[in-house]
Design a protein around this ligand. Structure first.
Ligand code: SAH
Ligand code: SF4
Ligand code: F3S
Length: 472
């Protein structure tokens, strides 16, 4: 099926709604001496963060002031995640906390969107248990926020937009969180149906943006001075397959990296089944592509990989890892691991530990398996008891902490280029930044360095951070 690009007409219509709401909000600001505030609360992955930047962009275009806490808001949008039960419970409890704000300000409009409410049972939860939520919209209806808000404001009725018309919407306003780091979605959806995962059910099938649109967006970001640009997709290696032409992700990355400027490209995520040597070569040959690869393994047991429907076995995975290390000796490799998938035995789990020892990841993101309603794995026999999952999780982290500590020692005494993120959130006395490989670096200096590249000489290496000092 060819990707459906949303006709500009559909987006134009949304701009008309935006203008109507803006006129009303401008009038309110004139009468009251302040603008109505809009607050966007985001859960989940970078894909959701990117969507939230569009939500905030639309809200700003509708005459709202984007504010950083919900208390005085006139519009709250909660962008939810469904990847694990914990993510859903957090979102629901946050929505619960907004009830008292609505009681104080009955004019407040509360909307809930994102992956959690792209599931029917969660829409029903909101409908019946959260009566103060005004409207709900699915992941494919993000661009319809102005229309939905307008309908709500005019008619006052609760709305449930459970659109499943997955298209590619171009031209929406984006309000970026940072003025030096940016997300660029290159495709949406997922076709892989890993048996544990809810994403294909809530994000629809894969669809790629036109390469011209992506290149124009990256070009503009570079011109605006953005330094760190991350290309997003659930499986970027599938880029272009739905477009039916002979141009893949490696081609796109190669073309983007030719844009002149001082910036670095990152991308995520790469599915190991489609990670190609051609892609590794493109990374190796381009100085503007980060020497970093996030390659989710999930499990080190062939049996479990099969049950997960991952479409690769350990030999293929290690083959691509070895090729990366050969071509790019200083590459930073990270991964995702699921512990306690149904049927995982001690032996399977030891396979995962062996994989950690074999690959030696710089960092892992590890998760205890969480059954998701409607996915095949949730119905599988031999669900692993919680105490066994927790014990394995602990052992996995202990091993990884050792490995990461050892790997990081190689940076001692070296001077590396770091993009400064300003004051550290955990310790405002120091600045923090990230290396090209996304390692956290802490150092002394003035807050004005935020958004700049600095050379940092590393004086101490810990498991989760490098510590150093600015050198001129
Ligand atoms: N598209 C990306 C991952 C998106 S979800 C990819 O395929 O790599 C991010 C991570 O969440 C996954 O890699 C997986 O490790 C984890 N995850 C997904 N579903 C999960 C579940 N049901 N329980 C626990 N972890 C899960
Ligand atoms: Fe989920 Fe698998 Fe798709 Fe990643 S590739 S989003 S883990 S189904
Ligand atoms: Fe969560 Fe949806 Fe991302 S389920 S991890 S926000 S794609």
């Amino acid at each position: 099926m060819k990707t459906k690009i949303l006709p500009t007409e559909a987006i134009k219509r949304q701009f008309e709604y935006m203008n109507v709401i803006k006129a009303e909000n401008d009038r309110f600001a004139l009468e009251n001496g302040f603008r109505k505030g809009a607050f966007v609360m985001t859960f989940g992955c970078q894909q959701n963060e990117a969507d939230s930047e569009k939500i905030a962009g639309m809200a700003e275009s509708m005459g709202y002031e984007i504010i950083s806490s919900p208390e005085n808001a006139y519009l709250i949008v909660v962008n939810t995640c469904a990847i694990r039960e914990h993510a859903e419970l957090k979102a629901l409890s946050t929505i619960g906390q907004y009830k008292h704000i609505k009681q104080k300000n009955p004019e407040l409009v509360i909307a809930v969107c994102g992956c959690m409410v792209t599931q029917e049972h969660r829409v029903n939860d909101i409908k019946f248990k959260y009566p103060y939520v005004d409207f709900v919209f699915s992941t494919s209806a993000i661009h319809r926020l102005p229309e939905l808000l307008s309908t709500k404001l005019v008619r006052g009725k609760r709305l449930y937009c459970t659109d499943e018309d997955y298209s590619v919407a171009e031209g929406l306003p984006i309000r970026r969180e940072s003025d030096y780091r940016a997300w660029v979605s290159i495709m949406y959806g997922c076709n892989n149906f890993c048996t544990y995962c809810i994403v294909p059910y809530v994000r629809g099938r894969e669809r790629s943006r036109r390469k011209e649109d992506i290149i124009a967006e990256v070009r503009q970001l570079v011109a605006e001075g953005y330094k760190d640009i991350t290309l997003l997709g659930q499986n970027v290696n599938s880029y272009g397959k739905d477009m039916g032409f002979d141009y893949d992700f490696a081609d796109l990355l190669d073309e983007l990296a030719k844009i002149e400027g001082d910036y670095v490209l990152h991308f995520m995520t790469s599915h190991p089944k489609d990670a190609t040597k051609k892609l590794v070569d493109v990374i190796a040959n381009n100085k503007r592509i980060a020497k970093q690869f996030h390659l989710p393994l999930q499990s080190g047991s062939n049996r479990i990989l099969k049950a997960m429907n991952r479409h690769y076995q350990m030999d293929r995975y290690l083959d691509i890892v070895d090729y990366m290390k050969e071509k790019i000796p200083d590459i930073v490799i990270t991964t995702d691991i699921i512990v306690g998938f149904p049927g995982e035995t001690e032996e399977d789990f030891e396979g995962t530990l062996n994989a950690l020892n074999r690959v030696r990841y710089d960092m892992i993101y590890s998760f205890i398996y969480s059954p998701r309603k409607g996915t095949p794995a949730a119905e599988m026999p031999d669900q692993v008891p919680q105490d066994v999952q927790s014990e394995r999780f602990r052992r996995l982290l202990d091993l990884q902490n050792e490995i990461a500590y050892e790997i990081n020692q190689k940076y001692l005494g070296k001077t590396i280029r770091v993009l400064c993120d300003g004051r550290s959130k955990n310790n405002p006395d120091v600045l923090c930044g990230r290396t090209e490989g996304n390692k956290i670096v802490l150092f002394d200096g003035a807050a004005e360095n935020e958004g700049k590249y600095l050379n940092i000489k590393i004086t101490k290496c810990e498991t989760f951070a490098l510590i150093g000092e600015i050198v001129q």
